[in-house]
Each structure stands twice: as C-alpha cells, then as structure tokens.
Design a protein around this ligand. Structure first.
Ligand SMILES: [Zn+2]
Length: 61
C-alpha cells in the first residue's frame, strides 16, 4: 500500500474523539499519525494501520 507523508487517511474505526481522519507525519515500518479532529499524535504499526484504512486522500501539488 502506497502511503506517504502528508497523506490523509480515512479510517474504518474512529479515534476515541470520534475523528476518522489522520494526517501521516512519518511513514515506514511504524507510522506516526495525527488525528485531525483532536490533534493527538501517536505511533502505530504499519500492518495495523493498513487494515484499518478506508480511503487515502492525497493533496496533489
Ligand atoms: Zn482524535
């Protein structure tokens, strides 16, 4: 799955704050994501993230 820094991930499962969109801050074996709704940043394993992705939004430059 092609996921890049600055992509926005729309997830199947919402964050506890009810937000479903997360900004990719770092991509690799582990991902660093930021919840756009509440601003919380967290690390998560790539495999776990990929299973939960509903859609990827990329802003074309
Ligand atoms: Zn949140």
């Amino acid at each position: 799955m092609d996921i890049r820094v600055s992509d926005i991930l729309q997830m199947k499962k919402p964050h506890p704050c009810s937000g479903r969109e997360f900004l990719v801050m770092r991509a690799g074996m582990d991902f660093k994501l930021k919840c756009i709704h509440c601003g919380h940043e967290f690390m998560a394993k790539r495999s776990k993230i990929e299973k939960n992705i509903k859609n990827i939004v990329r802003k074309e430059l």
